[in-house]
Design a protein around this ligand. Structure first.
Ligand code: NAG
Ligand code: NAG
Ligand code: NAG
Ligand code: NAG
Ligand code: NAG
Ligand code: NAG
Ligand code: NAG
Length: 462
C-alpha cells in the first residue's frame, strides 16, 4: 500500500487511471470499513491480493463502491501543498455518482483555498471528513484573486451530508489580529472600516442538508452560514474558537427554514447560534453554548430593512459563561415581525443578560430612534433557570416606544446571582405580557393587555 502511495506521488497525474482501477478493484473485493483505515482506500495494484482477514460489513458496501478518496486524484495532505484542484476533481466524481462519497481520509491535513463546490449532486451524496482540512494560513497567504468573505462554499447542492469524525480548522488567528478587528479593546472607529474575513463553511441555496459529527474550529469569521436553504439538520457537531475571537458566530442562518440543530457543543467569541431575517420553523435542542454571546434572534431591521422570523424553539440546552443567554435584538427603524418564539428548559450558568430583548440595538452610541420597529410578539420563556453574572440584569425587556412588545410570557423562571448579593431588578420598557408562575427574581413590570398602537396600526406586516 505504501508502494502504491509512492506510485501516486510519482505519477500523480495518472489519476483517472487510478480511479478506474480503484473501481474495478473494489467491485471484485469487498473490503473492510473505510473509516479511519486510510490504507484501505487507496486501491492496491490489482496483483496484490486483499487482506483475507478483513471483515466485510455488507451495509457499507454500497457507499463504499462510490467512494472517492481525494488521494486518488493526487491530493497530498501534508498540510502545505495546495490540494484545491484535487478536491474539485474528487467533488466532480463523487457528486456525479449515485450515493457518491468524497472522502477526506483520516491522518492527513489538506490545505485548500477558497472554493465553491457546486451542485446539484446525485442523491445521497456524502462529503466525509475524517482527516483535517485547513485554508491558507491567514490574510497574507490568501491568494489575491480569492474571495476574502468565504472559504468552503456549497452552492445549489441538494440532499448532501457533510459528516465524519475529522476537523475543519479555519486557522483564524491571523485574521482576528488584523488592525481593523475589535480585538481586545481595539478602538471603536476601526469597526467601521471594511474588514472582510472568510466564513469557514457556507451553504447557499441548498436543500435537505445534514451536517453531522464533525469538528470546526477557529474560523476567521462565522463558522457556518446558511443562506436561502431549506431542510437543514445539524447534529452532534463541535465548534470551538477562543472567547475573544471577533465575529466567530457558531451557526448563522438567514432566509432559511426547517432547521434542526441538535446535540451540539459550541464555544466561541460571538453568538452561539444567530438567526437572521427570513427564518422560520427552527428547532434547536440540547446544545451547549459558551463561552460566547449566547443564542440570538437578530440583529434584525438593520438599515430600515423589513425582517421576519417565526416559529423558533430553543429547548433543553445549556448556556454558560456567556455575555447573553437568549437574546432578541433589533435595530431602530426596521419593520416586520418576530413571533412564535419559545425558549424552554434552558440552564444558565454565570451568564450576563440571561433573558434579553433589545430593540435599541446599535453598534455605536449614536443610533437615532425611529417610530418604526420590528414588532415582537408571542414570545415564551419557560423553565429558564440557573445563575447570572451580576454585572447585568437577569431580565431585560427594552422594547420600542412606538411599537411595544406584546404577549411575552414567563413561567418557571429562576435566576440567581452567580456570586455577590447586589441584585439588579428586571427591567421592562413598553412590554406587554404575563407572568404565569412566580419568577425569581419577581417580575412586576410587564404591562397587561394589548396596546392600542398595535391593535390600531398595521404593524408587523410580514
Ligand atoms: C487565481 O490565480 C491563479 C494564478 O494566477 C489561477 O491559477 C487561479 O485559477 C485563479 N483563481 C481564481 C479563483 O480566479
Ligand atoms: C482610533 O483609530 C483612529 C483611526 O485609526 C485614530 O485616528 C485614533 O487616533 C484612534 N484612537 C485611539 C484612542 O487609539
Ligand atoms: C427534500 O426533502 C423533502 C422531504 O423529504 C422532499 O419532499 C423534497 O422533495 C426534498 N427536496 C429536494 C430538493 O431534494
Ligand atoms: C445531548 O448532546 C450531547 C452532546 O453534546 C450528547 O452527548 C447527549 O447524549 C445528548 N443528550 C440527549 C438526551 O440526546
Ligand atoms: C413550527 O416548526 C416545527 C418544526 O420546527 C413544525 O413541526 C411545526 O409544524 C411548525 N409550526 C407551525 C405552526 O408552522
Ligand atoms: C432612544 O430611546 C431610548 C428608550 O426610550 C432611550 O434610552 C435612548 O436614549 C434614545 N436614544 C436617542 C439617541 O434618543
Ligand atoms: C400568546 O403567545 C402564545 C404562544 O407564545 C400563543 O399560544 C397565544 O395564542 C398568544 N396569545 C394571544 C392572545 O395572542
Amino acid at each position: 500500500m505504501v508502494g502504491f502511495r509512492l506510485f501516486l506521488l510519482t505519477f500523480g497525474l495518472i489519476m483517472f487511471c487510478g480511479e478506474a482501477r480503484y473501481h474495478q478493484h473494489h467491485r471484485k473485493h469487498k473490503h473492510s470499513s473505510y473509516h479511519h483505515d486510510h490504507a484501505s482506500h487507496i486501491s492496491m495494484p490489482p496483483s496484490v491480493p486483499p487482506e483475507a482477514s478483513a471483515p466485510s460489513p455488507d451495509e457499507n458496501w454500497k457507499e463504499y463502491m462510490g467512494t472517492y478518496d481525494v488521494r486518488m486524484f493526487g491530493a497530498v495532505g501534508d498540510g502545505e501543498t495546495d490540494d484545491t484542484e484535487t478536491f474539485k476533481m474528487a467533488w466532480d466524481s463523487a457528486c456525479g455518482t449515485d450515493s457518491g462519497m468524497l472522502l477526506v481520509p483520516y491522518g492527513y491535513t489538506f490545505m485548500i483555498q477558497s472554493t465553491i463546490f457546486t451542485g446539484p449532486c446525485q442523491t445521497g451524496f456524502v462529503f466525509q471528513v475524517d482527516g483535517t482540512i485547513v485554508p491558507p494560513d491567514g490574510p497574507d497567504s490568501w491568494p489575491k484573486n480569492n474571495s476574502r468573505r468565504q472559504w468552503l462554499v456549497f452552492y445549489r447542492v441538494d440532499k448532501m451530508s457533510l459528516q465524519g469524525g475529522g476537523l475543519i480548522d479555519g486557522k483564524g488567528h491571523k485574521w482576528w489580529d488584523l488592525p481593523c478587528k475589535p480585538h481586545k479593546g481595539a478602538n471603536r472607529t476601526m469597526l467601521r472600516q471594511p474588514c472582510d474575513s472568510p466564513i469557514a463553511i457556507r451553504f447557499f441555496m441548498s436543500n435537505n442538508l445534514t451536517v453531522q459529527g464533525i469538528k470546526i474550529s477557529n474560523s476567521p469569521q462565522f463558522h457556518f452560514r446558511f443562506d436561502n436553504c431549506k431542510n437543514v439538520h445539524i447534529e452532534s457537531i463541535h465548534i470551538t474558537a477562543p472567547a475573544l475571537s471577533p465575529n466567530t458566530d457558531g451557526i448563522h442562518i438567514e432566509n432559511t427554514n426547517n432547521v434542526e440543530i441538535y446535540n451540539s457543543v459550541i464555544s466561541n467569541g460571538d453568538d452561539c447560534v444567530s438567526i437572521g431575517s427570513g427564518c422560520y420553523d427552527v428547532d434547536i435542542r440540547n446544545i451547549t453554548c459558551g463561552p460566547g454571546h449566547g443564542i440570538s434572534i437578530g440583529s434584525l431591521g438593520n438599515r430600515y430593512s423589513r425582517a421576519c422570523a417565526t416559529n423558533i424553539t430553543v429547548r433543553d440546552s445549556v448556556i454558560k459563561n456567556s455575555d447573553n443567554g437568549v437574546r432578541i435584538k433589533t435595530w431602530q427603524g426596521g419593520s416586520g415581525a418576530v413571533s412564535g418564539v419559545t425558549f424552554q428548559n434552558i440552564h444558565m450558568d454565570n451568564v450576563r443578560n440571561p433573558i434579553i430583548i433589545d430593540q435599541f440595538y446599535c453598534l455605536s452610541k449614536d443610533c437615532a430612534n425611529h417610530t418604526s420597529a420590528v414588532y415582537l410578539s408571542d414570545i415564551q420563556y419557560i423553565g429558564i433557570k440557573g445563575t447570572y453574572n451580576i454585572r447585568s440584569r437577569p431580565m431585560n425587556f427594552a422594547c420600542s416606544d412606538a411599537i411595544p412588545c406584546t404577549n411575552i410570557t414567563l413561567s418557571d423562571v429562576e435566576l440567581l446571582p452567580a456570586k455577590g448579593d447586589v441584585v439588579l431588578d428586571p427591567f421592562c420598557q413598553n412590554v406587554y405580557g404575563e407572568v404565569q408562575t412566580l419568577t425569581i427574581p419577581p417580575v412586576s413590570c410587564l404591562l397587561e393587555g394589548t396596546p392600542r398602537s398595535v391593535l390600531e396600526n398595521d404593524v408587523g406586516y410580514c
